[in-house]
Design a protein around this ligand. Structure first.
Ligand code: MG
Length: 396
C-alpha cells in the first residue's frame, strides 16, 4: 500500500512559537518540510508574529493569552479552518492534542509547567526547553512520563549534550556529568563592579543569542544553577554527580565521565538550532542547516572552575540542589520576580541576589505532594519577593 508522505511527517505542537526557541524550531521545520508538519502553535502577546506563522505553517489550532486577541485572529483565520483558543485552558487543549507526535515546550518560566504536564499526561513526547518546569516539578513530570510512557527529550543545549553522550547507557556506569557555562558577559570584569552593571551590559551575551530572561540568568550564572537542578531530575543523578565548568568558547556543551575514567563530550556550533533539531528528529539524525563546525578555526577549548565570588546566585542554586525540593520552587519564583524587576530597570544587577537570598532565608520546608502544591508555594514566594522589592524601594 502506498503511504502518503504527510503520514510520515512528525506532527509538531509548539508552545511558545513566537519566542526565541519557538522561532528557531520553526526554522528547523522550514528546513525539513518533508519530515515535520505543524499541528498547533501558541503565543503570549506577539499575535502579529503568530499571524505570520499561521499563514506560513497552516496549523489546525492556535492559542493566545487574551481572548480579545483570539477574537481578532478568529475573524482572520476561521474561514481557513484554524481553531483559535485563548487563556490557560486554550493552552492546555493545544498541549494535549491527541494527533501530536511531539510537543515543544518553549514557554519561559513556570507558565510552561501546566501545559508540559498535560502533554506528558496524554502520553505525548515532549521536547523540553522550559527548564523551569523541571526545576520546580521534576519529580512530578518524571512520574507522569513514566506512567504514560511519554519521553522527555531535552532541548537545553547542555542537557541535549548529556542526553546524546549517554545514548541510553546505564546510569550505574556514570561517575559524573559536567555542564559547561560560557560565564556570560561578566566573566572577566572586576568583581567589585558587578553589582552596578546595567541592563544593557547584562543583555550582551558573548556567545548565545537567546531570550531576555535566560540571558540575564546567564549573566548571574543562575541559569547554570537551574540547569543543575534540571539535570538532577532529567537524568536521575545525585548532586555530587553534577558539576559545572566554565568554558568560554561554548563549543563543548556537556561531558559525561564514566566510572572507568573515560569522558565523552558533545561538541557543536553555539546555536540552539542544533539541540532543537536533535530533539525534533530523535532518535534519527538529520542534515543541519548550519555549516559544519571547524575545530581548526576554534583552536582553543578552555576550561576553568567556577569562581564562586563572581557568581553568588550560582552558589545559592548549588545549595538548593542539595536541599528539599520546595527550595527549588522558592529559588525559581524569587529569581523570576527579581529578573523581571531588573529587566524593568527597577532594581540593580546586585539586587537580584538579595531578592533570591531573602526568599530562601525565609523559607521553611514544605512537602509538595502534588502539582497544585507547587503552584501554591510558587505564588506565595512571588508575593513575598514583590513585597520585599516594595520595601526596598521605599528605603531608597
Ligand atoms: Mg543551557
Amino acid at each position: 500500500m502506498m503511504m502518503r508522505i504527510s503520514e510520515l511527517k512528525k506532527a509538531i505542537v509548539i508552545l511558545g512559537s513566537t519566542g526565541s526557541i519557538g522561532r528557531n524550531t520553526l526554522e528547523i521545520i522550514r528546513h525539513h518540510p518533508d519530515k515535520f508538519k505543524i499541528l498547533a502553535l501558541t503565543a503570549g502577546k506577539n499575535t502579529a508574529l503568530l499571524s505570520e506563522q499561521i499563514k506560513e505553517f497552516h496549523p489546525l489550532m492556535v492559542a493566545v493569552e487574551a481572548e480579545k486577541e483570539a477574537e481578532k485572529l478568529r475573524r482572520e483565520f476561521s474561514r481557513y479552518g484554524v481553531k483559535v483558543l485563548s487563556g490557560g485552558n486554550g493552552l492546555e487543549t493545544v498541549a494535549s492534542l491527541k494527533q501530536a507526535d511531539l510537543v515543544v515546550s518553549a514557554i519561559t518560566g513556570i507558565a510552561g509547567l501546566r501545559p508540559t504536564y498535560v502533554a506528558l499526561e496524554q502520553g505525548i513526547d515532549v521536547a523540553l526547553a522550559n527548564k523551569e518546569s523541571m526545576v520546580v516539578a521534576g519529580s512530578f513530570l518524571k512520574k507522569i512520563a513514566a506512567r504514560t510512557g511519554a519521553r522527555i527529550i531535552p532541548v537545553d543545549s547542555e542537557h541535549s549534550g548529556v542526553f546524546q553522550c549517554l545514548n541510553g547507557r546505564k546510569k550505574r556506569s556514570i561517575s559524573r556529568i559536567f555542564l559547561t557555562a560560557s560565564g556570560g558577559p561578566f566573566l572577566k570584569i572586576p568583581i567589585k563592579e558587578l553589582a552596578e552593571k546595567s541592563l544593557a551590559d547584562a543583555l550582551q551575551h558573548p556567545r548565545w543569542k537567546m531570550g531576555k530572561k535566560i540571558t540575564i540568568d546567564s549573566a548571574t550564572l543562575m541559569n547554570k544553577g537551574l540547569e543543575l537542578i534540571e539535570a538532577r531530575w532529567l537524568f536521575d543523578l545525585k548532586p555530587s554527580e553534577l558539576q559545572v565548568i566554565i568554558h568560554p568558547q561554548s563549543i563543548v556543551h556537556a561531558l559525561v565521565e564514566f566510572k572507568d575514567g573515560s569522558i565523552l563530550a558533545q561538541l557543536s556550533q553555539t546555536d540552539m538550532r542544533i539541540p532543537i533539531q536533535y530533539a525534533l528528529s530523535y532518535p534519527e539524525r538529520l542534515s543541519s542547516p548550519l555549516p559544519a563546525l571547524d575545530l581548526t578555526s576554534v583552536q582553543n577549548l578552555e576550561f576553568y572552575p567556577v569562581d564562586e565570588k563572581r557568581y553568588p546566585l550560582f552558589n545559592l542554586a548549588r545549595r538548593v540542589l542539595e536541599a528539599q525540593p520546595s527550595f527549588s520552587v522558592v529559588l525559581n519564583a524569587a529569581n523570576e520576580i527579581a529578573v523581571e524587576a531588573f529587566l524593568e530597570e527597577k532594581i540593580s544587577f546586585g539586587q537580584i541576589y538579595s531578592v533570591v537570598d531573602h526568599c530562601l532565608q525565609e523559607h521553611r520546608v514544605v512537602r509538595l505532594s502534588c502539582l497544585e502544591d507547587v503552584f501554591i508555594l510558587d505564588e506565595e514566594v512571588r508575593n513575598q519577593a514583590r513585597q520585599y522589592l516594595k520595601l526596598k524601594g521605599k528605603e531608597k
